[in-house]
Design a protein around this ligand. Structure first.
Ligand code: F6P
Length: 324
């Protein structure tokens, strides 16, 4: 293998740049030519492919977002789109790919590999932490800390006004951000897509809490089956039926996707990036390079996207015990 390319795809996450840097520098260190594909699968289809040098990735390790840009490509979902992408890779002589992204990215990579056989190693880049095959994903730690900082600030004003706050965090299908920011931020309740929340329990707990605390924080993952934070607030407010209580909703939204990556994210990203290149050279073909129990592990894309990564049981227990 002489030429490889790297791209970022799907929702960006802090640490993607550190990962790109590690891929580029490891590839050059190993004597490979390395190319950057801009705007993910869209750029692969449109031929936005450029040779990268070591200096191309200088001064990016600390930056959020992705210098390669990102996109969610509809065209890549079509056989015609994938054929165009393949032709562009062949025109550049690219023999291996490193795909940095989440489940959508790996779904595309798996299909592309099955059709055209270009070896592809994935690096887990998503704030959601919802990928099987790695303890943490690149960007999760930063996103949790961003959410935590916001929760701390909201806690100040909630306490000053004796208010009940519903704070919506990201996590379309997974509650990892909600649970960790909830534990760290001392939330009274956390609602996640993985478990059904009985709103009567929330109401009961708010009634009990009122005896000991005047303000409350309820963290709601955006994908919760009871609805978004606004809907949940309205339902709980109606059930609680206490006009003396003041309810507020804050949706944290895309601030969770930006910002300088934490040290943990930069190190994880660098490690996955280096391992992805080493994995390609070692003959791995359709695997994600993740870190499990401190060790780099290569997991087939089919498992990364097909198997469920469960919330940590102790975290859920902690939420219950610590919120009394
Ligand atoms: O997958 C990462 C994520 O940030 C989810 O938590 C969120 O639901 C989604 O991306 C938002 O995507 P978009 O960038 O399309 O708004």
């Amino acid at each position: 293998m002489k030429k490889i390319a790297v791209f970022t795809s799907g929702g960006d996450s802090p640490g993607m740049n550190a990962c790109v840097r590690a891929v580029v520098r490891t590839a050059i260190f190993k004597g490979l030519e390395v190319y950057g594909i801009y705007r993910g699968y869209e750029g692969m289809i449109d031929g936005e492919i450029k040779r990268l040098q070591s200096h191309s990735v200088s001064n990016i390790v600390q930056r959020g977002g992705t210098v390669l840009k990102s996109a969610r490509s509809m065209e890549f979902k079509t056989p015609e789109g994938r054929k165009k992408a393949y032709d562009n890779l062949i025109a550049h002589g690219i023999e291996g790919l490193v795909a940095i992204g989440g489940d959508g990215t790996f779904t595309g990579a798996k299909l592309f590999f099955e059709e055209y056989g270009i070896p592809t190693i994935g690096c887990p880049g998503t704030i959601d932490n919802d990928l099987y095959g790695t303890d943490y994903t690149i960007g999760f730690d930063t996103a949790v800390n961003t959410a935590l900082e916001a929760i701390d600030k909201i806690r100040d004003t909630a306490a000053a006004h004796d208010r009940i706050f519903f704070i919506e965090v990201m996590g379309r299908d997974a509650g990892f951000i909600a649970v960790e920011s909830g534990i760290g931020g001392g939330a009274e309740f956390v609602m996640v897509p993985e478990t059904k929340t009985n709103l009567d329990d929330v109401v009961k707990s708010l009634k009990n809490l009122r005896k000991t605390k005047s303000s409350s924080i309820i963290v709601v993952a955006e994908g919760d089956e009871a609805g978004n934070a606004q809907t949940v607030m309205e339902k709980v407010k109606a059930k609680l039926n206490d006009p003396t209580k003041d309810f507020k909703v804050t949706t944290l939204g895309h601030i969770q996707r930006g910002g300088n990556p934490t040290a943990r994210d930069r190190v994880l990203a660098s490690r996955c990036g280096m391992s992805a290149v080493e994995g390609l050279l070692a003959g791995h073909q359709f695997h994600m390079a993740g870190v499990v129990n401190q060790q780099v592990v290569f997991t087939p894309f089919a498992d990364c996207i097909g198997k469920t990564k469960h919330l940590i049981e102790d975290h859920l227990k902690l939420m219950k015990i610590l919120s009394i």
